[in-house]
Ligand binder design. Structure first.
Ligand SMILES: *Cc1c(COP(=O)(O)O)cnc(C)c1O
Length: 358
């Protein structure tokens, strides 16, 4: 076995709501721990999946995911031959790492950020340099990221908005960084939470045609409410595109994923309606945090990163009050996804109770 794999431990998935209800005798649990959408997907998704003919079950799916490719290309105004699909953005993260990193290489990430980047680097026998975000406002420290680059650096990852901080970096800031990056270093901008941003020009996707070292990732798991279907995609040009096509498994998306994913992408009205709800709830919850003098980072995602101190105690209290949040990422900061307006109203009271433990 690879040495770098021996020290890894399995991802600790969320406890199922049913288990929590039984354990704490709760009637209702709001699951706010994994940044899923409380509104779920467009009803057109289930309809499209149901309409897939049973006759296809014995045959491999369309390895090019043609209908999904066309819908995504139109949506993003990109060339269909710039798109790679995967079972969630997670699969793209795994594949990119696999394609780019040689043993002994390093990657650079802001800290904190999504754990998958460093985990996959480790599997490929590469190391990760973590550059702390600005303690005051959570912004990525681009200057320090540049300083961290050495001749073994092969990739830089930026989740935008970042997870778990929720902080958004402008397209200008990223392009400026990209211009200073050595051309042999790949920059992946993971836009898993892009849909929740309420600022103009929030994506760097239009830059992919100008920079062959830029990759943009997207997922249908968050704003589209489709975490269970497992659909994500990457936007990239040559030479990465051909390498990724060669390395990915030929039938990595089933016909159900392709049909459901296509229906989701085509129903932009449903998406935008839910995004507007999240944006309003985000504003209300951040106003509440400000009014009560909590330290948090201005979020452009569907979750908020809040400094509470003694995270585990706060998380446990919230759990017993029926709110499942993420208390496993940091000992001082907690990540809470936004729920329905009703849940969020109750969450405020529960949160005040939980943070008054002192
Ligand atoms: C949730 C998330 C993903 C992965 O989503 P998939 O469900 O695998 O599509 C990727 N990046 C970030 C930053 C995320 O938070």
């Amino acid at each position: 076995m690879k040495d770098t794999v021996k020290s890894l431990s399995a991802y600790q998935a969320e406890l199922p709501v049913k288990v929590i209800k039984e354990k704490y005798g709760l009637k209702h649990v709001s699951r706010l721990s994994a940044n899923e959408s409380v509104y779920g997907p467009s009803p057109k998704v289930a309809q499209a999946v149901r309409e897939v003919s049973d006759d296809i079950l014995g045959y491999y799916p369309d390895g090019q995911a043609t209908s999904l490719r066309e819908a995504v290309a139109t949506l993003n105004q990109v060339n269909p031959d710039n798109l790679i699909f995967g079972a969630g953005a997670d699969e793209l993260i795994e594949l990119l790492t696999r394609v780019v990193l040689e043993p002994g290489a390093n990657v650079i990430v802001p800290s904190p950020t999504f754990g998958e980047y460093a985990m996959h680097a480790q599997i490929e026998q590469a190391t990760t340099k973590k550059v702390p975000v600005d303690e005051d406002n959570g912004h990525v420290n681009f200057e320090e990221m540049l300083k961290a680059i050495d001749d073994k650096t092969a990739m830089v990852w930026i989740a935008n908005p970042n997870n778990p901080t929720g902080v958004f970096e402008t397209t200008d800031a990223i392009q400026n960084f990209l211009d200073k990056l050595p051309q042999n270093v790949i920059l992946v901008v993971d836009e898993a939470y892009y849909d929740f941003v309420d600022k103009p020009n929030a994506t760097v996707a239009p830059l992919v045609s100008k920079y062959d070292n830029l990759v943009v990732l997207r997922t249908l798991s968050k704003a589209y409410g489709l975490a269970n279907l497992r659909v994500g995609y990457g936007i990239m040009q040559e030479p990465l595109f051909t390498a990724m096509q060669a390395v990915r498994l030929p039938y990595n998306l089933s016909t159900y994923q392709i049909a459901g994913g296509t229906a989701a992408v085509l129903d932009q009205e449903y998406l935008q309606k839910n995004v507007a709800k999240f944006q309003l709830e985000r504003k209300k919850f951040q106003d509440f945090l400000r009014d009560n003098n909590f330290k948090f980072y201005e979020s452009q995602a569907n979750f908020i990163w809040i400094k509470v101190g003694e995270t585990k105690k706060v998380g446990q209290s919230l759990l017993e009050q029926g709110f499942q949040v993420n208390d496993r990422l940091n000992s001082d900061w907690i990540r809470i996804a936004l729920g329905t307006p009703e849940d969020n109203a109750e969450l405020k009271l529960a949160f005040l109770k939980a943070t008054n433990y002192k």
